[in-house]
Design a protein around this ligand. Structure first.
Ligand SMILES: C[S@@+](CC[C@H](N)C(=O)[O-])C[C@H]1O[C@@H](n2cnc3c(N)ncnc32)[C@H](O)[C@@H]1O
Length: 186
């Protein structure tokens, strides 16, 4: 039986918003699973911009993309996603965030509230109509709860005439189960 992980759930949702030729962003590349997924969705005429502050994440993702011959449509950038404006000059159809630390990596290197919000703000400005931003918040680690609260506050104040903001969460799991936030531009 297929047991979807939370990342599969998000991919299943965002898939419907992405078409061949679209420009999309992976704001937290990590091990590159979402980058590969996005590269497959946009096809050979699309473009994926992937951001991470760690060399290891960029390198691992490059390997993963090359193995699948997908590197031609991906630009990997070793910089904070708060600087997305510097690199992405077009509108975007979708963006994915996976907050927290790199699985199997240095657990002290985590996404931070201020840069996460700056990045979301910039992407919201670039988002096309019926474009989607997905954010998975893992917040069991130190600093995670603060980031989750800041993200929640920010998203909760977005103008509902312009954006739909939806939260998907587990009701039957113990503390700190990850939460999905979805922002759709109307
Ligand atoms: C939970 S992991 C991402 C997992 C990834 N989506 C995957 O499919 O494997 C979070 C990543 O965010 C990165 N990160 C932390 N702060 C960042 C920032 N300011 N800008 C971009 N990436 C950042 C970390 O280095 C880490 O690799």
């Amino acid at each position: 039986m297929f047991e979807p992980r939370i990342t599969d759930t998000v991919q299943g949702i965002i898939k419907d918003y992405i078409y061949e030729g679209d420009v999309v962003i992976d704001a937290t590349v990590g091990n590159g699973f979402d980058t590969v997924f996005l590269a497959e969705q946009v096809g050979e005429n699309g473009e994926v911009y992937g951001f991470d502050i760690q060399d290891i994440a960029i390198e691992q993702t490059k390997i993963r993309l090359n193995q699948r011959k997908l590197m031609d449509r991906v630009t990997l950038i070793k910089d904070s996603h708060e600087n997305i404006n510097k690199y992405v000059k077009s509108s975007v159809k979708a963006a994915m965030f996976n907050l927290g630390y790199l699985p199997k990596g240095d657990k002290k290197i985590i996404t931070k509230p201020e840069s996460t919000i700056k990045s979301i703000e910039q992407i919201i400005d670039m988002l096309e109509s019926n474009g989607l931003i997905s954010i998975i918040s893992y917040y069991g680690h130190e600093g995670g709860k603060e980031e989750k609260d800041v993200v929640e506050l920010y998203l909760g104040e977005l103008n509902n005439k312009k954006y739909d903001v939806i939260t998907v969460k587990y009701e039957n799991r113990k503390m700190n189960a990850p939460i999905i936030y979805l922002v759709r531009k109307k």
